[in-house]
Ligand binder design. Structure first.
Ligand code: GLU
Length: 577
């Protein structure tokens, strides 16, 4: 047990911390956000929350400290994120959430992915000449929005596992929206960098007051959001699906450019789907995550399986290991592009995680040379059909959080409005998603359909990969990240770092990224990038040095307590007690 070694190492680190650091943690004080480069793993005995913003972590921490459940804390975290990190997630978007129930030992997944309008078809993102429309033009405006899943998710999660009064959970976000919150550096930078916010009145007034991007440190109030949350507190999710908020969303999506097609019927028909987790074995642990419509667990699972024949532990981190990682990722992304989509609509091979298939496929990995663009394999499949592959683009929205409560119930959730600021259309104090641009714009190629094509009522394929690692049925790690399709590589690397390289959560998160989505290899800019690039180029890689902006939030569960950490590339913190 490597993990055991890792726990001991991590605890040794905690014990070795100077007294001042120990006094600070637990609980970690979120006010300390200027010291972003000094983040370190936080330890706790009873409960913990790690999210992308100090105020969201604080909201979750307060709920847990008052004896609330993980489900309660998730509600408080999400409604606060929707206010203070509005570019990434919110009531106008969707999410995938893994829930572990300590008493039954059961892991379930909530699929609150957005759905396409019933009136949509394969030509949804084609122009009058049958050509795919320009990506950014497709993002902006009402057409790219699917029916949001997040309001129903929060209500259902609370109904299933909540113990704290519903309205109480929304109160801190209501107060922060009324009294104002300080605009963070990241939010200010995101506003300044984002195209299209000026095209819609509500978003322009809120994010570009007097025509200028809102600055860091501004005290920003959102009375419309406070009012929305009050209604949510009083009437639950009904106003979002059959009432006045749904009506406002449908109306707001009738934009001049790219008007939406969603109707009140689409909203009324929306349900959160409960699905079994998708699990695979890795080094004696069970790695479980979100199945279709996400490609997250299948692709992370393939990468890990493809790497299992290689002794990464012995090898340690370096060019050799990262080369192997990129090759496994190439192979996994090839299968993802061809086969993975919303399985309620598309038959998928049942053998995508078949051990024999992946063992055979791992033989395609040459430790001494980049394989170039990988072709999809032929996994075991009862109903083989001819498909055409889909491609991907990296994104910058989305947020990930993890929670452990004092009863031992746990959550790993990735939540999104897709691109930063979604489709830029705002109503009732929140932004609407552009999740439908996660579909393939091309419905077919060379006479064969693309699995991830637009279809009425379908959910677009996701890369989101909220993950649990279990040892003998008991969770030992919670992980996940934003980052578009890079999410898959970020999440897989965090698992390898902790299981193969005995790293604690902060060291695992801090590792520089190297990704390959079956195209060129990207090496994260910063210290060591040159050396890594040179090493990979020598093996035949085409390398781009890039800003690989993960937002990994991780909790490790050990016999001696909880160890949590937040990604230094973003603004979040871990807090526990
Ligand atoms: N919409 C993306 C997905 O579901 C996530 C976007 C992001 O991480 O920025 O895969």
């Amino acid at each position: 047990m490597r993990l055991l070694n890792s726990m001991m190492a991590a605890l040794a680190v905690c014990v070795a911390l100077p007294t001042a650091a120990l006094a600070q943690s637990p609980p970690h004080q979120p006010e300390d956000t200027t010291a972003i480069n000094e983040k370190q793993s936080v330890t706790a005995q009873k409960f913990m929350v790690t999210s992308a913003h100090p105020l969201a972590t604080q909201a979750g921490y307060d709920v847990l400290a008052a004896g609330g459940s993980a489900a309660d804390a998730a509600v408080a975290v999400q409604v606060m994120l929707g206010l203070v990190e509005p570019q990434s997630s919110g009531l106008g978007g969707g999410a995938f959430l893994l829930y572990f129930d300590k008493e039954s030992g059961e892991l379930t997944t909530y699929d609150a992915r957005e759905k396409a309008p019933m009136a949509a078809d394969g030509a949804y993102f084609l122009d009058e000449n049958g050509e795919p429309v320009d990506f950014i033009e497709a993002v902006i405006g009402g057409r790219s929005a699917g029916v949001p899943g997040t309001p129903k998710l929060l209500e259902k999660l609370h109904a299933d596992h909540g113990t704290t009064d519903w309205a109480t959970l929304l109160q801190p976000a209501i107060e922060a929206a009324e009294e104002g919150f300080e605009v963070s550096q990241r939010m200010a930078d995101a506003v300044a960098d984002t195209e299209g916010l000026d095209r819609f009145v509500e978003a322009a007034e809120y994010f570009l007051p007097n025509g200028e991007p809102i600055g860091q440190g501004t005290l920003l109030k959102n009375p419309d959001y406070a009012e929305t949350l009050r209604l949510f507190a009083k009437e639950g999710s009904a106003p979002f699906y059959t009432g006045e908020i749904a009506q406002d969303i449908v109306a707001a999506l009738q934009t001049n450019i790219n008007p939406g097609m969603l109707t009140m019927e689409d909203f009324a028909a929306y349900e959160v789907a409960m699905r079994d987790p998708v699990c695979t074995d890795y080094r004696g642990f069970e790695v479980c995550g979100m199945g279709p419509p996400s490609s997250g667990a299948l692709t992370v699972g393939q990468i890990l399986n493809l790497l299992e024949p290689f002794d990464l532990g012995e090898m340690g981190d370096g060019v050799e290991a990262r080369h192997l990682f990129t090759q496994a990722s190439r192979l996994a992304f090839a299968d993802r592009g061809l086969y993975m989509a919303d399985s309620d609509f598309v038959d998928m091979p049942q053998g995508l995680l078949d051990e024999g298939y992946l063992l055979e496929r791992s033989k395609l990995i040459n430790p001494d040379a980049d394989m170039g663009v990988a072709e999809a394999g032929t996994p075991p499949w009862d109903e083989a059909m001819r498909l055409s592959p889909d491609t991907d683009r990296p994104k910058h929205g989305t947020s990930h959080f993890v929670i452990v409560d004092s009863a031992g119930d746990m959550i790993s959730a990735t939540t999104t409005i897709e691109s930063g600021f979604g489709n830029r259309v705002m109503t009732r104090g929140f932004l609407l998603n552009n999740e439908l641009t996660d579909f393939s714009f091309t419905p077919e190629a060379e006479g064969a359909p693309v699995a991830n094509r637009v279809e009425p009522g379908k959910r677009p394929r996701s890369s989101m990969a909220p993950t649990f690692v279990l040892d003998d049925g008991a969770p030992v790690l919670l992980t996940g990240s934003p980052g578009g399709a890079n999410i898959i590589d970020y999440t897989a690397l965090s698992i390898i770092a902790m299981l193969d390289w005995d790293m604690d959560p902060q060291d695992a998160i801090d590792l520089p990224h190297v990704t390959n989505l079956n195209g060129g290899t990207r090496v994260e800019e910063g210290e060591g990038a040159q050396e890594m690039s040179d090493g990979l180029i020598a093996l035949g890689h085409e390398v781009t040095v890039a800003n690989l902006n993960s937002g990994l939030h991780v909790i490790q569960i050990t016999e001696n307590g909880l160890i949590g950490a937040a990604d230094k590339r973003r603004e979040g913190v871990a807090m526990g007690d």
